[in-house]
Design a protein around this ligand. Structure first.
Ligand code: 5GP
Length: 350
């Protein structure tokens, strides 16, 4: 056994120091980025924020709404193939802003093949909770061989050496985050995890050294957190909880004590496992929770709120483009309050 004593940080442990700036208004800031990916050689440009591939947020309705702002959606991997067919036919623009998600089971690959046969969807998200297994790496190699021209995002991991292995094995983008998610209980159930801000800083450095990209996945609860993730070096940021509770999310609006709510659950929660597999297998514990989140109307308001926040961050540090934010950032370490209480983020009601 070994103990690492280096301090590791989360979003709430830091603030961004303001810097002299010649920007007059946040409207001068561009949040679009352009990447040419290492393996697929695809050139992509857009706003690098991705809705998480959870049942609740990774929906076609979300993809349509986010595509209007040039954001991306990782579609939930349980969407039936006939719904895919309709979406492919009716929504070519939204489709071009989507990742198809896949796990590492045999049925996952068969399903991916079925989807890839009916559309040339340009982005694959190879997604498992634990990206440290040999099987995961061999699945990534297999996918890369089979789809040489498709952008592959793979994860999740939290350490530089594993990011390097995944980039060298075929990932264009490596997804970073173990345990930070808003409905994740991995840290409580297993004791495993890594503070997300430090994970992003260390993993971005490793990926960029090899010409790869990283996507920070999980733990953002405010637009300021999304800005901190980009400032730490994330090329993309994936959001679950911040996009939850909207019209475009799966599930009905429910009334609870006079408040409108929507159901949101982790993809490893008992609720998700029962929904998709009929039961929680005896050998595993659920690593996700189910919550009711306030109903928040159309996602457009939240998107504008997040993008407005990041533009303002860029103005504070003098970054004309999102690309410059990381280079212009100095994080200030702030003391944590002992009695800190978590307050979920909600867009101001206008
Ligand atoms: P959020 O933005 O809500 O903080 O985090 C979203 C991310 O949490 C997802 O993209 C996914 O990586 C992770 N996640 C979703 N469901 C679960 C779950 O049930 N358990 C764990 N450990 N992580 C989850």
């Amino acid at each position: 056994m070994r103990i690492e004593y280096d301090e590791k940080l989360d979003f709430r442990d830091v603030l961004i120091r303001p810097k002299r700036s010649v920007l007059k208004s946040r409207s001068e800031v561009s949040l679009e980025r352009e990447f040419k990916f290492r393996h697929s050689k695809v050139t992509w440009s857009g706003v690098p924020i991705i809705a998480a591939n959870m049942d609740h947020t990774g929906t076609f309705e979300m993809a349509k709404a986010l595509a209007e702002h040039n954001l991306l959606t990782a579609l939930d991997k349980f969407i039936p193939i006939d719904k895919w067919k309709t979406f492919i036919k009716d929504e070519p623009v939204a489709l071009s802003h989507c990742f198809v998600s896949v796990g590492i089971g045999d049925t996952d690959f068969a399903r991916l093949d079925d989807i890839m046969k009916i559309t040339n969807i340009p982005y694959i998200c190879l997604d498992v909770a634990n990206g440290y297994t040999e099987r995961f790496v061999s699945c990534l190699e297999h996918l890369r061989e089979k789809y040489p021209d498709t952008v592959i995002m793979a994860g999740n991991v939290v350490t530089g050496e594993m990011v390097e292995e995944l980039v060298l094995s075929g990932a264009d983008i490596v997804k970073i985050g173990i345990g930070p998610g808003s409905v994740c209980t991995t840290r409580e159930k297993t004791g495993v995890g890594y503070p997300q801000l430090s994970a992003i800083i260390e993993c971005a450095d490793a990926a960029h050294g090899l010409g790869g990209q990283v996507c920070a996945d999980g733990g953002c609860v405010t637009p300021g957190d999304v800005a901190k993730a980009f400032a730490a070096g994330a090329d993309f940021v994936m959001l679950g909880g911040m996009f939850a509770g909207h019209d475009e999310c799966l599930g009905e609006v429910i009334e609870m004590n006079g408040r409108k709510m929507k159901r949101f659950y982790g993809m490893s929660s008992a609720e998700a496992m029962e929904r998709h597999h009929g039961t929680v297998a005896d050998y595993r514990a659920s690593e996700g929770r189910s919550v009711n989140v306030p109903y928040r109307g159309p996602v457009k308001n939240t998107v504008l709120d997040i993008l407005g926040g990041i533009r303002s961050t860029c103005t504070y540090v003098g970054a004309h483009r999102l690309k410059e934010l990381s280079k212009r950032t100095t994080f200030i370490r702030v003391a944590r309050q002992l009695n800190e209480v978590f307050v979920p983020y909600d867009v101001d009601k206008k």
